[in-house]
Design a protein. Structure first.
Ligand code: ADP
Length: 398
């Protein structure tokens, strides 16, 4: 199998152990040769995902059988052109559009009767305000496309005039756009959702192969800081026997025909009687930050299973390595240290079971530079050690 991945960030980089184990021919289209994946795969090609000529030349030059992604920002007409070369693209464009476009995703999930926050498409500030009145004078405005790590998400409150001003600018930008609204990845429309008073955020991770086989990992809790994932706890504490989130994710993968890894981000709302309700927030059709724990905490990592799935190979076991263990993943977001490799040497002596995975990226404030994985029986102890290690990258050595 000759597999190509579009995108040269850490998600492509972390496929490396599986490429070796599965003995795949593997080619990455990267933004830069000295980026996270370019450094690991010397046969990478430099090019942008929206540059049709470069993408097609890369597919032909490497004689690819299958193309997959590490991000969803690939215009649909390029996917069509790859298919014209009789090369499979997974997930295919019919599935991928629901991860590219939040309006299409919300409409589809409603159609298959899965629970989402109340939402509607809005064209101007007046329509936004009508929606907000229904929901206590507040809401979340979102761009249909292009959002990540909280970009493209705006909390709007009637009392907060600044938030309304920013919303007006978003509407102006949306209307002045000349993008093709029929391409799910270019759609300039905005949607609004109720602001969910969630108790916590969960993420369910599943993988579906091109042969239709499905496996799921245990649902995790994900904790965000400034809309960016900071910590993941696997499995999510107090999930109960009936993992509703996992069942929903399996249904989505089947109904949408996803091939590869699917991550479903969800809100859990627990009412005063202790009854839990789950609402679906977001879909990602690729390995996802909420699944980095699987590298060390489960029998088969999300990266390996993504490649098995797109290559049509039997999927690997998704069980946790030990049913008694928790695994905590923490992102290293920016660093005050000058040299990350030095910091890593300091961090390694905190706990010899901790796995510190650096992505080979330059330091910038808030940038995802790496992550820490640690498993153990005592969740509090594991969390404390992970925090200590994370602090070393922020120059805190208490
Ligand atoms: P993206 O992943 O594209 O950055 P998301 O839709 O996942 O955007 O939103 C980012 C974060 O914003 C979520 O993880 C959540 O913390 C918050 N958020 C998003 N939508 C809502 C909502 N409807 N209600 C409450 N919080 C929300």
């Amino acid at each position: 199998m000759r597999i190509g991945v579009i995108g040269g960030g850490q998600l492509a980089r972390m496929m490396a152990p599986a490429v070796s184990e599965l003995d795949l021919e593997f080619y990455v289209l990267v933004e830069a040769l000295d980026g996270a994946a370019g450094k690991i795969f010397p046969n990478s090609t430099v090019g942008e995902a929206n540059d049709i000529e470069t993408v097609l030349n890369w597919v032909k030059k490497n004689n690819l059988d299958v193309v997959t992604f590490e991000h969803e920002h690939v215009p649909n007409y390029i996917i069509d052109k790859i298919n014209d070369l009789h090369v499979a693209v997974y997930p295919d464009k019919l599935a991928l559009r629901f991860a590219q476009n939040k309006i299409l995703m919300r409409e589809k999930l409603s159609e298959i009767h899965l629970p989402c926050p109340d939402f509607t498409v809005v064209k101007n500030i007046g329509e936004l305000q009508v929606f907000m009145q229904k929901h206590g004078g507040q809401a979340v405005l979102k761009t249909a496309t292009g959002g990540y790590d909280g970009k493209g998400v705006l909390v709007v409150k009637e009392q907060d005039s600044q938030s309304l001003e920013i919303a007006s600018k978003w509407f102006e930008k949306s209307f002045s756009s000349t993008a093709d609204i029929n391409d799910p990845e270019q759609d300039p429309r905005l949607l609004v959702e109720e602001l969910v008073p969630f108790t916590r955020e969960l993420a369910a991770l599943v993988v579906r192969s091109s042969k239709g086989e499905i496996k799921a990992w245990d649902t995790v809790e994900s904790i965000q800081e400034n809309s960016v994932c900071k910590t993941v706890i696997a499995p999510a504490p107090d999930l109960g026997k009936n993992d509703k989130a996992k069942k929903m994710a399996i249904k989505i993968a089947e109904e949408l025909g996803v091939v590869g890894v699917l991550a479903v981000e969800m809100f859990e709302v627990v009412n005063s009687l202790g009854i839990s309700k789950i609402l679906i927030n977001e879909l990602a059709m690729r390995p996802h930050n909420s699944g980095h724990w699987t590298i060390n905490g489960s029998v088969t990592s999300q990266f390996e299973n993504h490649l098995r799935a797109v290559a049509g190979l039997p999927l690997g076991n998704t069980d946790r390595i030990n049913k008694e263990y928790w695994t905590v993943m923490e992102n290293i977001l920016g660093s005050t240290r000058k040299d990350l490799r030095d910091a890593k040497i300091d961090a390694m002596s905190v706990n010899s079971s901790a796995k510190i995975n650096l992505y080979g990226k330059g330091i910038r404030p808030g940038r995802k530079l790496g992550h820490i994985n640690l498993s153990g029986e005592d969740l509090q102890e594991v969390r404390e050690d992970v925090k200590k290690i994370g602090n070393i990258f922020q120059g805190i050595t208490l």
